[in-house]
Design a protein around this ligand. Sequence first.
Ligand code: PBG
Length: 324
Amino acid sequence: MFPTDRPRRLRATPGLRRLVAETDVRPRHLVLPVFVAEGLDAPKPITSMPGVVQHTRDSLRKAAAEAAAAGVGGIMLFGVPARRDAVGSGATDPEGILNVALRDVRSEVGDALPVMADTCLDEFTDHGHCGVLDDHGGVDNDATLPIYGEMAVAQAAAGAHVVAPSGMMDGQVGVIRRALDEAGHRDTAILAYSAKYASAFYGPFREAVDSQLQGDRRTYQQDPGNAREAAREVALDLDEGADMVMVKPAMSYLDVLRRVADSADVPVAAYQVSGEYAMISTAVERGWLDRERTILESLTAIRRAGADVVLTYWAAEATAWLDR
Ligand code: PBG
């Protein structure tokens, strides 16, 4: 006989579909990651991320003002220094590129747009690792922690509302929380990259920050096959005082994201990384995927899997397609 249960009834018109939509993406959910490079005369395109640039200090100010006007949820700054050394001195120097750019952006947007800073040494070290090295060339967890603390304090002093430790050192959130509090930055929030995988999808980011890395980050970032371990990382970070937690990358880790979203009692972010951006961009360029539909579907899927906040290089652009 005929089916009596007809889910199609609720899909019949745009109005009905809108009425029953379970997931929405709004500009406020999106955070725009941006790169600012020291010593550039003009913005420099990143070949493997079409449409994304290394900003000058001036072009970054403009981009931040535009993002604020568009109503995005936040902006996340990454710095690309002109000089690097073994301990990443540019990260803690108040005159380092990331810290001066934070001051620029904060003076441009005030409190209208949450300003976030990547708290990690990989852009600043001459070996490209997220921490300092021990005598055997390994990444020294405990020697790195005080530098992260100092870096976070410099970022807070420069105006960051949120610091975002992404180096996957054990204990980093606790050390940063203590350092911020001792320096009087009690209101600076921590967005912890809690479940960050050793992913091939970060490939284009290496070009974006002129990364010096040889080898990989598998001694500190997570194995892509491990999901239970993500729950452990999140629990530790919450215990140490994380205000928000993140899963990264996003699209290949939606199950992990769901798991984290179901258990964490803080806002959960997901990072749609450079390789995800590059894949879709390239297919769109070739005419194989529809730009707007594909980007919005990817963002909707990340939200559906449980992300309150999505970091995406399309943040500013996508706002034009979204209801406020
Ligand atoms: C580390 C960091 C990385 C990314 C964000 N923060 C690189 C890495 O861990 O290798 C990748 C972001 C992207 O690929 O878009 N500071």
